[in-house]
Design a protein around this ligand. Structure first.
Ligand code: NAD
Length: 323
């Protein structure tokens, strides 16, 4: 049995689906509430879900995390407060939540002797690098409370591996995009605004910043591959090809065949010193550690997300109208 935290989220649902396709038994730790708790897991085929066990709970409580780990041989820990923008408003909460959830996962694994943990970090830990491509040796620089929470949890994971000889891996995907992602993320947000008949313009923050976008099915394969490593390792997962937001908008227009005016909105711009200008990594460094590269071309991923948004426009609109 493999335990996935954040399984109802964007990346977690794809990791869960891919593991189920491989015939694995998966326990999905989902955040308990009295309403819809399974999130994106509902998009997984019912036949595949036969090997899926749902564990509703709260990762902030160590006793619940320990209970969730019965008969578990490996853990992929994805759950987190993930928004950089929200972390400006809720800095304290973001840091405390992300550190405590990860501390609970690591401590439960230590107590129970579970010796295969993939902890999911983020390329945001590097901030704007002095030199590109980013490599594992690039110094970390937290430019937002979200990034700080990830730097802290990276070091917590490393410390458990080094202190207790645990097989913990730090997996660092670069910006991930794909079907099921919230429209608060930049790519679905651009495509949604182009595709929605109610919207006349595309509102956006900085358009010069560049990101290394990885398609979610590639990220899912990467996280599963990380389970195979037998000792502590830190691995980045970039494509090596950064796109500016301006380029993304142009490609999104081409993909949808829709052209709208682009309007830069002050409130979507990060504070100047907090803005990360570019994130792009070294794909060959990654390959030398895990013999894996992202496969999906950026434009193919964009087409898939556009189709997903078209097919789910009604529910996405409802979610957006409530925000
Ligand atoms: N999306 C990206 O571009 C990206 C890039 C690099 C790294 N990451 C990392 O990947 C992971 C998953 O990101 P995502 O984009 O799928 O985010 P997401 O918000 O879709 O998923 C996060 C999940 O964590 C769960 N969670 C939060 N608090 C919880 C709690 N107290 N108890 C139980 N569950 C809780 C949420 O319910 C949610 O399902 C995060 O750790 C994120 O930092 C994401």
């Amino acid at each position: 049995m493999i335990l996935i935290t954040g399984a109802g989220g964007f990346i977690g649902s794809h990791v869960t689906e891919e593991l189920l396709k491989k015939g694995e038994k998966v326990r999905a730790f989902v955040h308990y509430s009295s309403r819809d708790i399974t999130g994106n897991l509902k998009f997984i085929d019912a036949q595949l879900r036969k090997n899926l066990e749902i564990f509703p709970g709260d990762l902030l409580y160590l006793d619940e995390v320990i209970r969730a780990m019965e008969d578990v041989r490996a853990v992929i820990h994805l759950a987190a407060r993930i928004s950089v923008n929200y972390s400006y408003r809720a800095a304290h909460e973001t840091v405390l939540n992300n550190v405590k959830m990860t501390a609970n996962i690591l401590e439960a694994c230590r107590i129970l002797g579970i010796n295969n943990v993939v902890y999911v970090s983020s390329s945001e830990v590097y901030g704007t690098p002095k030199k590109i491509p980013i490599k594992l040796s690039t110094p970390k620089k937290a430019q937002s409370p979200y990034a700080a929470s990830k730097v802290a949890t990276d070091e917590l994971a490393r410390s458990y591996a080094l202190s207790f000889g645990m097989n913990i891996k730090i997996a660092r995907p670069f910006n991930t995009f794909g079907e099921r992602q919230s429209i608060r993320a930049v790519i679905p947000w651009i495509l949604y605004q182009l595709l929605s008949e109610d919207r006349k313009v595309v509102e956006i923050g900085n358009t010069h910043t560049r990101r290394d976008f990885v398609y979610v099915k590639d990220t899912a394969k990467f996280l599963i591959k990380m389970l195979e490593l037998e000792s502590f390792k830190e691995v980045n997962f970039p494509t090596g090809r950064p796109y500016s937001i301006k380029e993304v908008i142009e490609l999104a227009k081409k993909t949808t065949g829709i052209d709208k005016e682009v309007v830069v909105k002050e409130e979507r711009i990060r504070p100047k010193d907090s803005e990360v200008e570019i994130l792009t990594g070294d794909v060959e460094e990654t390959y030398s550690i895990i013999s894996l590269r992202p496969k999906t071309h950026f434009e193919e991923g964009l087409r898939n997300v556009a189709l997903w948004i078209k097919n789910n426009m009604h529910s996405i609109k409802k979610e957006h109208d409530l925000l």
